[in-house]
Design a protein around this ligand. Structure first.
Ligand code: GLC
Ligand code: CA
Length: 514
């Protein structure tokens, strides 16, 4: 089911900033359609589009005001349908972003829920019994409604939590998961999914998927909730793909998600790979991969060898990779990303090394994330080909440096990051061992040491991946039977009888025989 995930390589699009086609300074769905061929040529065959529904955009669209309608600034529902069709025509798939945990305060459900008089939406959100009583361990809104109560929020203050019930009840206002309010909320969320899947969308990236049922310390209630969704999908949309923003695959896969994300928080160490003070993928060579490898394998084993954790190059919440890594260092990071299990996710612009734009005033609740959300740089034209709008009308100020990378420049340069990424996506497509479901075992991932090496396998095929991001020549003991070297970066690798030696900034993928 959702077989296409086996060789999926995702491209994440922040719709505001990808391609504007009507000159209002904000990207749109027509813009995405017009760039599908570009994405396909890069070697990505799937999209994740950040929320593009009606919203006051207090959190860039993660504050939904109407789950059933595309925000007018992006186009219409008919445009979304066309996007699905155009993607499918090219053998590509599209995930929309489902934000099931909270809405905007402007959602009509919330407006109804704020009323003193009981109605259909009274229990759609989490309210205490009176305004003096406030939910523990949760942020809340109060004093804004005629209704007497405080309302729990999930993230920003204007994102009230939808009510899926409490796993452990210790207050009179907390409802069990099978109370009518929580049941109705989940039914409505299924309707939302049904609506877009029927239109042709291929599945969802699910926002804050691990934070649905409250007072649910080890996630049992939330896992049960997603199992119900899984049963519904199995019956009605068995091909739909589900990817969770959860960060704990042993829980999310149990709940029926196909894949989970590696996140900056959560038990697997993502933060120190490409970012922070001593990222492993820096030429400085002062990083440590051992913690990552250990935690990765723990979680891999907990899922019965499925793992299926997607590693992103970055996303709309993280710093751009280019804030800490150079283009050469990023080539190595992509060799890693594109040879790990789970589906890789490339954040738009990372394939050309787009930079984090410093010193921006927050746009739409971005705060420090704003610098990673600047408009795509396509070419040498007006606003780098992003939009025909006057500069001051652009959604976010672009990187204005003279040497900013563009798609056009990167395509022209033979040795560019863009071409390296393209080479790696193509390689992944021709080797099942490198894809989502192939096995993995770390061969060399020692504390504070370089290189790193891991074996990927699928049926008879075995590929040893060796990466040395540091600038020093390094080696490790190895005495297996090597075959063809199918990929080289930098000066490649040297295999002798009992060890593999890797010059600084070099990498190799080797087919292993027998
Ligand atoms: C997720 C999104 C983030 C958003 C938050 C609240 O973490 O990735 O952008 O602000 O959820 O919905
Ligand atoms: Ca536009």
């Amino acid at each position: 089911m959702a077989k296409w995930l086996d060789n999926a390589i995702f491209y994440e699009i922040y719709p505001q900033s990808f391609q504007d086609t009507n000159g209002d300074g904000i990207g749109d769905l027509q813009g995405i359609i017009s760039r599908l061929d570009y994405i396909k040529e890069l070697g990505c065959n799937a999209l994740w589009i950040n929320p593009c529904f009606v919203s006051p955009f207090g959190d860039a669209g993660y504050d939904v005001a109407d789950y059933y309608t595309i925000a007018p600034r992006y186009g219409t529902n008919a445009d979304a349908e066309r996007l699905f069709k155009e993607a499918h025509k090219r053998g590509m798939h599209v995930l929309l972003d489902l934000v099931p945990g909270h809405t905007s305060v402007e959602h009509k459900w919330f407006k109804e829920s704020m009323k003193a008089e009981k109605n259909e939406f009274t229990d759609r959100y989490i309210w205490t019994n009176n305004v003096w009583d406030t939910p523990e361990n949760m942020a809340y809104l109060r004093g804004i409604a005629e209704r007497d109560g405080s309302c729990a929020v999930n993230f920003f203050s204007m994102q009230p939590s939808l009510n899926y019930g409490f796993y452990k009840i210790d207050k009179p206002w907390q409802q069990p998961v099978d109370a009518p309010g929580p049941v109705a909320t989940l039914e409505e969320m299924k309707n939302v999914m049904r609506f877009w899947l029927t239109m042709g969308c291929d599945g969802f990236r699910v926002d804050m998927a691990g934070y649905m049922v409250k007072n649910d310390e080890d996630g049992k209630g939330t896992i049960e909730l997603w199992k119900k969704v899984r049963r519904f999908l199995d019956e009605e949309f068995p091909e739909a793909a589900m990817v969770s923003e959860w960060g704990e695959p042993d829980k999310s896969l149990l709940g029926g998600f196909h894949m989970d994300f590696l996140l900056p928080f959560g038990p697997i160490h993502y933060a120190e790979l490409f970012r922070g003070k001593n990222p492993y993928f820096s030429r400085k060579g002062q990083g440590d991969i051992s913690q990552f490898a250990e935690n990765y394998m723990k979680s891999y084993e907990k899922t019965g060898g499925k793992g299926l954790i997607c590693i992103p190059s970055g996303n709309h919440d993280t710093d751009r990779m280019a804030r800490t890594l150079s283009q050469e260092e990023m080539k190595m990071a992509f060799a890693f990303l594109l040879s790990m299990p789970g589906a890789p996710f490339i954040y738009y612009g990372d394939e050309i090394g787009m930079r984090y734009v410093e010193n921006l005033v927050s746009v739409e609740g971005g705060f420090n994330r704003t610098g990673s959300r600047s408009p795509m740089q396509w070419d040498g034209g007006v606003n780098a080909g992003f939009s025909a709008a006057p500069k001051h009308k652009l959604y976010i100020r672009q990187d204005e440096s003279a040497d900013r990378p563009t798609v056009q420049k990167q395509m022209e340069e033979k040795d560019s990051l863009y071409h390296e990424v393209q080479k790696l996506t193509a390689l992944r497509q021709t080797h099942k061992a490198l894809q989502s479901n192939g096995g993995i075992a770390f061969v060399y991932a020692k504390e504070n040491a370089y290189p790193m090496a891991y074996m990927r396998d699928f049926e008879e095929e075995k590929i040893l991946v060796v990466l040395n991001p540091s600038e020093r020549e390094e080696s490790f003991e190895w005495s297996g039977k090597a075959g063809t070297i199918i990929y080289t970066q930098g000066d490649g690798i040297k295999i002798s009888e009992d060890k593999i030696t890797v010059p600084g900034g070099s990498a190799g993928f080797i087919e292993i025989c027998g």
